[in-house]
Write a protein that binds this ligand. Structure first.
Ligand SMILES: [Zn+2]
Length: 279
């Protein structure tokens, strides 16, 4: 079976962007943080299951817990950026986005001692309203991206039929785009492989849909947040709909990850690209 990609968006239980309830960064220092414990749990599962991951760190958490960045590197995982302060791309100006993405990359490179090549936007907030996104990302020194969600999504989503990894040319260089994996079900693209989708659908359905994507020649891009393996994390006063997507089946995350690591070979984005370049 060809390899897939495992990714972790390194953020905490209160980073629910797009809900209108994510506290401003000025309050984050005062909130209980569970990201250390939860990220280490994920590292433990990956070590047991023989997988490696790309860790998309928020710059804020890299600065607050720099040892986590170094632990990721020591365990063989890739360090990449999930922005600095988790602001939605479509709520920033192009100049604000550039500054945020650049600051995050530089900080992560300083701490990890390695080049940081990859980016994932908070809440997949790359949409028709952000046509400048790839230009600014390349200007900020990035080489690949995994922010495009090619299906309907609460906060993001881009109407495109390009489901496979592909290159996007910009004036500042090429960005390799790895869209979040979707599979057509009755003609409609659907995701089964991360966040609320991973928690909602039964594992056997995810596995068969994943095998279908692999058969179509696309790697599966799995994505998870540290809070999702922590069923007892504090809850926020979300709307009923968001409560469902944020908190459904939290107890299923851990066994599903164990099953994924048993049934699929998972790598980081940089390992996947190095493999592809060799073949
Ligand atoms: Zn996020």
């Amino acid at each position: 079976m060809p390899p897939s990609i495992f990714s972790i968006d390194v953020e905490d239980w209160f980073n629910l962007s797009g809900t209108g309830l994510e506290p401003p960064p000025s309050e984050w220092d005062r909130l209980e943080s569970r990201v250390e414990r939860n990220l280490r749990l994920l590292f433990g599962l990956l070590a047991e299951g023989g997988g490696t991951a790309t860790c998309f760190f928020l710059g804020y958490f890299a600065k607050r817990f720099p040892h986590l960045v170094r632990e990721a590197v020591a365990a063989g995982h890739e360090v990449a950026s999930h922005s600095y302060f988790h602001r939605l791309v479509y709520e920033m100006t192009p100049a604000e986005f550039y500054e945020d993405a650049l600051a995050s990359r530089k900080l992560l490179e300083d701490i990890s001692g390695k080049p940081v090549r990859g980016y994932r936007a908070p809440a997949f907030s790359v949409t028709d309203h952000t046509p400048w996104f790839f230009d600014k990302l390349a200007e900020a020194g990035y080489q690949y991206d995994s922010s495009v969600f090619p299906a309907r999504h609460q906060t993001g989503g881009l109407a495109t039929s390009r489901f496979e990894p592909h290159g996007i040319e910009t004036a500042a260089g090429t960005i390799a785009e790895f869209p979040i994996t979707v599979v057509r079900v009755l003609g409609t693209p659907m995701c089964f492989f991360g966040g609320g989708y991973l928690r909602l659908f039964p594992y056997h359905l995810m596995r068969s849909m994943g095998r279908r994507a692999l058969k179509e020649g696309r790697p599966i891009v799995f994505y998870i947040h540290p809070r999702e393996i922590d069923p007892d994390h504090p809850r926020m006063a979300l709307s009923r709909r968001r409560k469902f997507t944020c908190y459904v089946n939290l107890r299923s995350t851990r066994p599903k990850i164990e099953h994924i690591l048993r049934d699929f070979q998972v790598l980081s984005f940089d390992q996947h690209m190095a493999n592809a370049a060799r073949h």
